[in-house]
Design a protein around this ligand. Sequence first.
Ligand code: GDP
Length: 178
Amino acid sequence: MPLVRYRKVVILGYRSVGKTSLAHQFVDGEFLECYDPTVESTYNKMLMVGKDEFHLQLVDTAGQDEYTILPPSFSIGIHGYLLVYSVTSLRSFQVVKTLHNRLYESRGKTRMPVVLVGNKADLSMESREVKTDEGKKLADSWGAVFLESSAKENQMTRGIFTRIIEEIDRVDNSYCTE
Ligand code: GDP
């Protein structure tokens, strides 16, 4: 019987960037135009990445800003992070920078598996405020993966969750070879 691996991932970012929409699209395969602001919910989903099966537990958070104090539950027992901003909001991009710094400090400056997600890319033509290049540069400076996405698209959303699982394995394995 194949081994099922457990991975716990937290989704962080400014409010209204699409954290719940991404989780919901991934778990239930649909996009809703309107959600109640999330308090905090946890989703569980099984998925195959390569030949391995994973039990992914996702923590969808209420949303943070520059002043939010991150609770210890966001660093203890967490395998990886999705840091989400909206390409239509410069403020949300500033917020992910602060969040990354805080997490890095709280985890004792050890390497963290991170996927930086620039969401709402479908609104790019009308209302983009953050260039693709800026997102890419920021992720590179962290040694993280960068993706732009739209929670309206199932395949794109699925790609994000696959990448975080791959990233968790990559960071883990690089510890072993050092
Ligand atoms: P959260 O507060 O970060 O969890 O954001 P929500 O998932 O509640 O989304 C906030 C609003 O943005 C909702 O009205 C969503 O329908 C909308 N939204 C989320 N993701 C996208 C996206 O990729 N494209 C577009 N056009 N709208 C989105």
